[in-house]
Design a protein around this ligand. Structure first.
Ligand code: COA
Length: 379
């Protein structure tokens, strides 16, 4: 029996994260996402998903030091960036640049557990630099070097704008990084694990995950959610807009989820509050207000609830990110989970090779082309 979209199929055992779709709960290594969003930094979460425990102060200091070092891009990548900024979309840039970074990884093709961990931290640390360099190039602005004094998420905002973010903005962005860090067997994580299961290298597995995340049914939704808010433009237009969309049988981005079907996505619950707070702080509550109304109408009309990407749209906008960098930001945060899953896969590997259910014709005999009728050729 085939489950379309592999729904409910268990594809791996993992210690990294767990979801209860009925209760609307998400845990990383046993810690609830609410607890982590309130208390932990992204750096601690990165350590947690890789080690399945929280770090001591010394371990956290070591990780932070490593991450600061790994933020620096190799010269080859910086040389490549002007072309990528001119020729490619942000997600295509990220896919290409992470692939290119493999050539300059100091651990080369060493696939030992220690080298793999260093590569995981390098990839995760480097992604914001790649995205910020790309954005500065395409705007014709000078590059902003990473600031070693700033935490990972705050430094990302700093490299994009050239200004240190406010404490509130830095905290909100850090929470977003935590919320996006992992989410069990989503499409991109599964992709990464499939590639890792062939014993391909960690960069290749992350590149494949980026490719899977690029699609609008997965990572592209936060960007499309923001574009929809802009398209709607005012709270008064929400009813007509959403009704019209549903009338045309179209999907509304940032709503629905394979796992959370009857309760809120717990990440959306946290982001909803952050979006409201930041909207007020930056004096632009409109995008939050439209979002709130969209949520009300979609729940009433279709019984669908927002997923992580919906309020992420307005929040990332308030944080000053260009809309087409929302999905790359998602990738930068999810790099934590991807690399942890890839390492987990390597540690207890069997090639992932599912079966298929053949539903095509059977028992046919080859007919030479000169004897083939048009009808036969078409069947
Ligand atoms: N807008 C309108 N209708 C939606 C919808 C949406 N965002 N999400 C689901 N539905 C509808 C489906 O069309 C389906 O209707 P049907 O039973 O009449 O065919 C029903 O709700 C059940 O959804 P289903 O297709 O089974 O969901 P799924 O588990 O296969 O897909 C998503 C999950 C996330 C891919 C899907 O909800 C979606 O495409 N959402 C929009 C994209 C998005 O926000 N992605 C980010 C995910 S974190």
């Amino acid at each position: 029996m085939t489950e379309k979209g592999l729904a409910d199929v268990v594809a791996a055992q993992t210690r990294i994260s767990d979801i209860d779709g009925k209760l609307g709960k998400l845990w990383y290594a046993g810690y609830s996402i609410d607890d982590l969003a309130e208390h932990a930094s992204f750096e601690e979460v990165l350590f947690l998903v890789h080690h399945i425990r929280l770090p001591s102060q010394r371990e956290l200091d070591d990780l932070v030091e490593q991450m600061v070092e790994y933020r620096e891009a190799a010269e080859f990548i910086t040389d490549l960036m002007p072309t990528l900024a001119e020729q490619t979309s942000p997600m295509s840039m990220l896919r290409t640049a992470v692939s290119a970074a493999s050539a300059y990884d100091p651990d080369g093709w060493d696939n030992s557990a220690e080298a793999m961990y260093r590569k995981a931290i390098r990839i995760t640390s480097l992604m914001p630099t790649l995205i910020a360099y790309y954005d500065r190039h395409r705007r014709g602005q000078p590059l902003v070097e990473p600031n070693p004094k700033l935490p990972h998420a705050a430094n990302f905002l700093y490299m994009l704008s050239g200004e240190e973010p406010t404490q509130e903005a830095a905290r909100a962005f850090d929470v977003m990084f935590t919320l996006y860090a992992d989410h069990t067997m989503n499409a991109s994580t599964f992709t990464a694990r499939v590639v890792a299961s062939t014993l391909s290298d960690i960069h290749s597995a992350v590149v494949a995950a980026i490719a899977a995340l690029k699609g609008p049914l997965h990572g592209g939704a936060n960007e499309l959610a923001m574009r929809m808010l802009e398209d709607i433009g005012s709270v008064e237009r929400v009813e007509d807009y959403v009704t019209d969309l549903f009338g045309r049988g179209e999907k509304i981005m940032g709503f629905g989820h394979r796992v959370y079907r009857t309760v809120d996505d717990p990440r959306a619950t946290i982001l909803r509050v952050l979006s409201r707070e930041l909207g007020e702080q930056v004096g632009e509550p409109l995008w939050y207000e439209i979002s709130e109304k969209v949520e009300e109408v979609v729940l009433r009309e279709k019984g669908l609830r927002p997923n992580v990407d919906f309020y992420a749209g307005s929040l990332l906008h308030y944080l000053g990110l260009p809309t087409d960098l929302f999905t790359p930001m998602f990738a930068a945060a999810r790099a934590a989970g991807w690399t942890a899953h890839i390492r987990e896969q390597y540690a207890d590997n069997r090639i992932i090779r599912p079966d298929s259910d053949y539903i095509g014709p059977r028992d046919r005999s080859y007919v030479p082309i000169e004897d083939r009728t048009e009808e036969e050729a078409a069947t």
